[in-house]
Design a protein around this ligand. Structure first.
Ligand code: T1G
Length: 678
């Protein structure tokens, strides 16, 4: 019988010292807090009455790991770090048990790996997300985890950086048991077991692989991750650290890990990713009283709930409307989707159900979950079904008069406290609000295609939108697991307004003789998933031309290549030809193929416009395009359309594929001295 199964006698209970991690809001293991924790540990180690130590959390979690703020400046001399706390546990002869509830991340998980046993509640979430900060687990995780679960599984766990459930952690062997109830009692019972240091184990590759396979596993891993210069720096260093765990004695591996960590913590990609981490957490802090905590002070952090958003309506059953409905259903909010046209309603039903079936096939949803979500969406042409919705999102054709008509109708049907939102990507929110008797409860909620996947949500504040309405929008964004970014009500808001100048700059370069293929290649080399011309082809050249026209005379380019392409029905990917050609046999018709005819069209139009061709280096091309983004970004900050440079960076990282290891356009410009073009 396992000693931990024996009923806990009070005497043993008293011999176990429980140390509670308590550093709100997320028990971050800052240098300051580690000093306190180390003192508590030393006291417990020195106390003969203490036979074992249980370390547990508070505020609903174990720990979010090291305090990322501590890395923003040089480490003070004599700083006490997680490594020192772990070294004390490692040196002690007393048994240590981690009692894990809620999030146990980064240095928090590494602390638990230094313990001899780990028990967790069923809701625990365990992860080593350091790679998302451009770092690697720097407190022994790269040396202990391979020894605990095998190098291959450890690599996969750390390269992904995502959290796993307690159940999965038990399967992997990261924790010893899931405590159905009374976590502390289970932990104290586990503490009866023998001292069991992970550091004394030999790292295996995997249960089904011999040690000789190590070089192959390591080489495969290096092949699987992006190049160091393109966002893969931390990943390659992490693989090197795990290789050390397999090849070197523990203490040598720890030294290698520390050296690699110290390189990464000063690296540009990690500085950029830490900027993104903190910029994300600033988004909902709105000066002047729209922050959630300011508007709903009575609701403390733990008590955040979604009372008040119990049903959502979506008007317009097209691609955007269906995607938005799925996003709400995925967040567990019942949705009614309305459209005048029965055919559109039926098509939306097929699209939505098709999406859920696809998620079942991909193993992301169980059949039952898919059924439940499908049931939570109501499809109808009866607008009266919107009468009890708390928030209604309009996603109809991008035409001001059509949308005005919809807002008049919604204002008459919706309950007085309902919020009316438009998914417009360019139109004037105030013009829609003026059609209602509730302008304070009208705003823009600009989703990105596909709305159920893209993590960005522009929250567009109209002149009369109230702080409560904005705060509710941020709460909704959090519930939808989206990055809500506040934008002023201006043409193209933040993202589209900047991308407009970016695409114009790309066209100007093409007019000066640089081929669209080369321009796109330069931006892909920089880290974008695609270049400006392929992006224009994806969103449709007819849409691009319509937006250009809507933007007014100053937006017209020096040549009319875009008009000529649209006239020639070369609308982009959807017509298999735009700035590039597309062939179903190549990359499922999504791979851009260079088209000399378009390059000739640019040259011809440039000659007509008297534009002389010019040689550009790749760096000049990159800086010209990024410069256009940054220049517009600075204007949007001056005009108050965007609140902070960090907000703009989040828009671009989560909405436009800006490489996160470059921090976003504003951060990049500030750190790379990009020449800013007016
Ligand atoms: N350090 C400093 N501050 C942190 C923090 C951290 N690790 N985690 C959260 N915060 C702050 C955050 O800025 C916000 O502050 C508040 O806590 C609430 O956070 C040696 C090197 C735990 C899942 O990457 O994933 O360990 O805005 O809004 O949505 O190997 O926070 O209120 O002023 O996100 O409930 C690795 C990061 C560190 C985990 C909670 N750990 N945190 O989510 O709240 S590196 C991470 C999270 C490391 C070692 C290495 C999430 C969360 P404010 P929040 P939430």
């Amino acid at each position: 019988m396992n000693p931990s199964d024996a009923p806990l006698d009070s005497a043993w209970g008293d011999a176990v010292r429980v140390l509670t991690l308590d550093n709100p809001p997320v028990n971050a293991l800052s240098f300051a807090y580690c000093a306190k924790l180390l003192a508590e540990l030393h006291a417990a180690h020195a106390d003969d009455a203490v036979q074992a130590i249980v370390i547990t959390g508070s505020h609903g979690l174990f720990s979010a790991g090291a305090d990322v703020n501590d890395f923003q400046s040089e480490m003070p001399p004599n700083a006490v770090t997680i490594r020192d706390v772990i070294a004390a546990i490692e040196a002690s002869v007393k048994v240590h048990v981690a009692a894990i509830e809620g999030n146990c991340l980064g240095g928090g998980l590494e602390l638990s790996l230094a313990c001899d046993y780990r028990a967790a509640t069923a809701d625990a979430k365990l992860g080593l997300p350091e790679i998302r900060l451009g770092l690697l687990p720097g407190a022994g995780g790269t040396q202990r985890l391979p020894r605990l679960i095998g190098a291959r599984a450890a690599l996969e766990f750390m390269l992904k950086g995502s959290s796993v459930s307690a159940e999965r952690a038990l399967e992997l062997g990261i924790i010893d048991e899931i405590a159905p109830s009374d976590l502390l009692e289970r932990a104290k019972a586990l503490a009866k077991g023998p001292k069991r240091r992970i550091s004394e184990r030999q790292a295996i590759i995997a249960k089904d692989l011999p040690m000789q396979a190590a070089p192959y596993v390591v080489a495969q891993a290096h092949k699987m991750v992006p190049p160091e210069a393109n966002g893969g720096l931390a990943a390659h260093k992490l693989i090197d650290a795990v290789q050390a765990a397999v090849e070197l004695p523990f203490s040598f591996g720890i030294a290698r890990e520390s050296r690699l960590f110290d390189e990464l913590v000063r690296s540009e990609p990690s500085l950029a990713l830490r900027h993104v981490f903190f910029a994300e957490r600033e988004l909902s802090k709105i000066p002047g009283g729209s922050s959630f905590d300011e508007v709903y002070p009575e609701r403390s952090r733990g008590a955040r709930d979604d009372k008040g958003i119990e049903k959502v309506g979506v008007v317009g059953a097209g691609t955007m409307g269906s995607g938005i409905a799925i996003a709400f259903a995925q967040a567990g909010i019942p949705v009614v989707i309305v459209d005048n046209n029965d055919e559109a309603v039926d098509k939306a039903r097929q699209t939505v159900m098709g999406m859920f079936m696809y998620q079942v096939q991909m193993g992301r949803l169980t059949q039952e979950e898919a059924w439940k979500r499908g049931q939570s969406i109501q499809f109808t042409d009866d607008w009266k079904e919107l009468a009890d919705a708390d928030v209604i999102v309009e996603a109809v054709f991008e035409n001001l008069d059509v949308k005005r008509e919809v807002f008049r109708k919604l204002d008459a049907i919706a309950k007085p406290q309902a919020i009316l939102a438009s998914n417009t990507s360019t139109l004037d929110i105030d013009a829609l609000a003026r059609e209602t008797k509730r302008p304070d409860r009208v705003l823009g909620l600009h989703f990105f295609v596909p709305a159920n996947i893209m993590p960005l949500l522009e929250i567009v504040r109209g002149t009369e939108t109230s702080p409560e309405t904005i705060a509710t929008a941020f709460r909704l964004a959090k519930k939808l697991r989206k990055k809500g970014v506040l934008s002023g009500n201006a043409f193209g808001f933040i993202g589209n307004r900047m991308i407009f100048d970016y695409v114009q700059a790309a066209n100007a370069l093409a007019e000066e003789g640089v081929t669209p293929a080369r321009i796109d290649a330069v931006m892909k080399e920089f880290g974008f998933p695609m270049g400006p011309f392929a992006m224009s082809d994806l969103s449709g050249l007819d849409v691009g031309l319509a937006v250009q026209k809507a933007a007014g005379p100053q937006a017209i380019g020096r040549t009319n290549v875009l008009e000529r392409l649209v006239e020639a029905k070369r609308l982009g990917q959807k017509t298999m030809a735009g700035y590039f050609k597309y062939d179903k046999a190549v990359g499922k018709g999504r791979e851009p193929i260079r088209d000399p005819a378009v390059e000739e069209m640019f040259a011809e139009e440039a000659r007509k416009a008297g534009i002389a061709p010019r040689e550009y280096s790749d760096d000049e091309i990159r800086d010209r395009l990024l410069g256009a983004l940054v220049a517009r970004g600075e204007k949007l900050l001056e005009e108050g359309v965007a609140l902070r440079p960090g907000d703009i960076d989040i828009v671009y990282v989560y909405g436009y594929g800006f490489p996160p290891h470059h921090g976003g356009p504003m951060w990049y410009a500030a750190h790379q001295r990009v020449p800013v073009h007016a």
